[in-house]
Design a protein around this ligand. Structure first.
Ligand code: 5GP
Ligand code: ZN
Length: 112
């Protein structure tokens, strides 16, 4: 098993847990881009959003809900951003589907 995020989910690589349930795990990004920078990942290995087929519809919704729940618990009432980098042009560097939750400062738009 060479996937970094699978290793994190299994506890083989340490991480700072933020949220977890039956379907997903969330942990602090090792290189935070904002005061709050959390990664929300499915427990099952899915390589990207593009690889998530119709059978993953409910799981995708659950992960999005979990990200919003974490944002509420983190007190991000002033706003936040959810990002899913996908594929090479999307800047995806870890091939295990993940949602970035970014908040705690004003975020620029559009991205570079
Ligand atoms: P991507 O560029 O694929 O959208 O995002 C991957 C994210 O994973 C990056 O923000 C990077 O900092 C984070 N990351 C990569 N390796 C690790 C790790 O071992 N631990 C943690 N906590 N985050 C990681
Ligand atoms: Zn994985």
């Amino acid at each position: 098993m060479s996937c970094t995020f699978c290793k994190i989910i299994q506890g083989q690589i340490p991480s700072t847990a933020v949220y977890q349930d039956e379907f997903g795990y969330a942990f602090a990004d090792i290189h935070p881009m904002a005061p709050v920078h959390v990664l929300v990942v499915p427990r099952e290995h899915i390589s990207s959003l593009d690889a998530a087929d119709e059978s993953k519809r409910a799981l995708l919704g659950h992960l999005l809900w979990a990200a919003a729940e974490i944002a509420r618990k983190k007190g991000l009432g002033n706003g936040y951003r959810i990002v899913v980098n996908t594929g090479e042009d999307g800047g995806q560097t870890v091939d295990h589907l993940h949602l970035h939750l970014l908040g705690g400062r004003l975020l620029n738009w559009p991205p570079g």
